[in-house]
Design a protein around this ligand. Structure first.
Ligand code: HEM
Ligand code: FES
Length: 462
């Protein structure tokens, strides 16, 4: 018999099963999702609904990459906590800019993600300088000049010229961004990159500048193949890198202050770059920069002493040929254009291969596979860009690992996934994949998986 008490109990249970929800509209993703009121933060909600969302530190309120603008419904979000208040005040955010990982909602809101590409993450580095006034800082500076451009400008339509310049800036700028550098300025057909604006060590900043300079050279080779077949032309570059002190701050008219650097080190770098022409070299580094790197890092060629205005001693500059020993981060960065030439193709090929090899793994994946494919590409790409920001990366990977426990993933799955990832990398990268690339990915995947397994180890220990 069905008693009144039983039906009351049943009713109470049903209402507890369904926590109160509200909606969040993500404008650029064109998705409106349900969020548990006052419990889930915006980032967790995006992850659950498989919306690609920047989150380099995995929601610890450290990286600020998850920032969003609340376009509608600002009264429906939780107030800033202490951590977010501090970050917002240093960066002078208005009240509509919020950290998704720290913000809960209690009514409908419309949000826009503010950091959309992995390159955008490097651009956040100039923030917060207004409050510090100005400061002296040691930076690694890179000047890259494009050559052979004038005849092309003179004999082509403005449309083609702008198209090619933009392609060049994109291709040559990416190695700066991938190495946590800031694209500081374009001066005519010259690009200036800065490394070390955050709390990097001198070695990290100089290594980043070196990887960027060598990365530009490889990127140019690929682009030149395309330019030759499309326009019958090739571009040459000259790159100069140097390490020295500059004054960093926001400068200019009070209504138009810009992040700027002033100092001799910038002029020295520009001068080093220019010497490439007479020495007929492609990359020249100052001794000051190479001295910050571990011995024998760089394979070097010719060198020269150049006199500089206002300096009693000439500066010693050295031709950079490449790395002496394989550099894992550099090798992995080199695979990126091949891997993500067709956004999600790599991840789709990976899952096909995984389910062929281990059909039983398919049952772990319960959600929409197209979204899963897009997210895997997004996270892998983000991981490569974050290799130069290891503190954030470690936090992000551990959070990802924590979520994987709830997906039913066990430590023993990682060996299989690694094997399939390496096979897919080898077939996707094609002729650019060699034993050194393989070793680099093998080692870096081991480190990433180790971090993802930290929460699993903790759970095993009780
Ligand atoms: C390189 C390492 C890995 C990366 C970058 C990665 C990335 C991702 C991402 C981005 C998601 C979407 C949800 C979220 O962000 O939490 C996800 C979900 C998932 N991953 Fe991974 N993953 C990795 C390793 C693994 C391994 C070793 C397994 C074991 C088979 C696995 C199985 C799953 C499953 C079952 C889901 C949930 C899918 C669903 O709900 O449909 N992943 N992974
Ligand atoms: S600050 Fe939100 S993910 Fe890093």
């Amino acid at each position: 018999m069905h008693t009144r008490k039983q039906s009351q109990t049943k009713k109470t249970k049903t209402s507890q099963d369904k926590p109160p929800v509200t909606t969040v509209e993500f404008t650029a993703a064109e998705r409106t999702i349900s969020v548990v009121k006052e419990q889930q933060n915006l980032l967790d909600a995006a992850v659950i609904h498989r919306i690609p969302h920047m989150q380099e530190c995995g929601g610890h309120g450290k990286c600020t990459t998850c920032r969003v603008r609340i376009i509608d419904g600002i009264d429906n979000v939780s107030p800033r906590n202490e951590l977010e208040t501090h970050l917002a005040s240093c960066r002078e955010w208005d009240s509509s800019v919020r950290l998704a990982c720290q913000t809960k909602v209690h009514g409908p809101v419309k949000v826009e993600r503010l950091v959309k590409t992995f390159g955008d993450v490097s651009l956040l580095q100039g923030e917060g300088l207004e409050q510090s006034g100005g400061k002296e800082q040691y930076l690694a500076i890179l000047f890259c000049d494009m050559r052979n451009f004038t005849p092309f400008v003179e004999s082509n339509l403005a449309f083609d010229v702008v198209h090619i310049i933009n392609r060049l800036f994109a291709v040559l700028g990416e190695p700066i961004l991938m190495n946590n550098g800031l694209i500081y300025q374009y001066v005519g057909d010259e690009i200036v990159g800065l490394f070390g604006l955050e709390s990097q060590t001198a070695e990290e900043s100089c290594m980043a500048a070196l990887r960027a300079a060598l990365g530009m050279r490889t990127a140019l080779q690929q682009l030149n193949d395309e330019l030759m077949s499309e326009f019958g032309m090739e571009i040459e570059i000259g790159v100069g890198i140097h390490f020295g002190p500059v004054i960093v701050g926001k400068m200019g008219h009070p209504s138009h202050r810009q992040f700027s650097i002033i100092g001799d080190a910038a002029n020295v770098t520009s001068r080093i770059q220019a010497v490439n022409k007479t020495m007929r070299t492609q990359i020249l580094a100052s001794e000051a920069l190479l001295d910050e790197l571990p011995e024998e890092t760089v394979s070097v060629g010719r060198f020269k002493r150049i006199p500089l205005k206002g300096k009693s001693h000439p500066v010693r500059i050295i031709e950079v040929i490449g790395f002496n020993q394989p550099d894992d981060i550099f090798l992995i960065q080199q695979s990126m254009p091949f891997l993500f030439a067709h956004e999600s193709a790599f991840a789709a090929a990976f899952y096909r291969r995984l389910f062929e090899k281990a059909p039983q793994a398919r049952q772990l994946f319960k959600g929409n596979m197209d979204r899963q494919v897009a997210l895997l590409s997004h996270v892998l790409k983000g991981t490569v860009y974050a290799l130069c920001r290891p503190q954030n990366l470690v936090m992000g990977l551990q959070e990802l690992g924590k979520r994987h426990i709830s997906y039913g993933v066990k430590k023993e799955h990682f060996a299989l996934v690694k094997e399939v990832l390496l096979e897919t990398l080898s077939s996707s990268i094609g002729k650019g994949y060699n034993p050194l690339t393989h070793q680099a990915w093998d080692r870096v995947l081991d480190i990433a998986f180790q971090q993802m397994q930290v929460p699993m180890d903790k759970a095993d220990q009780g």
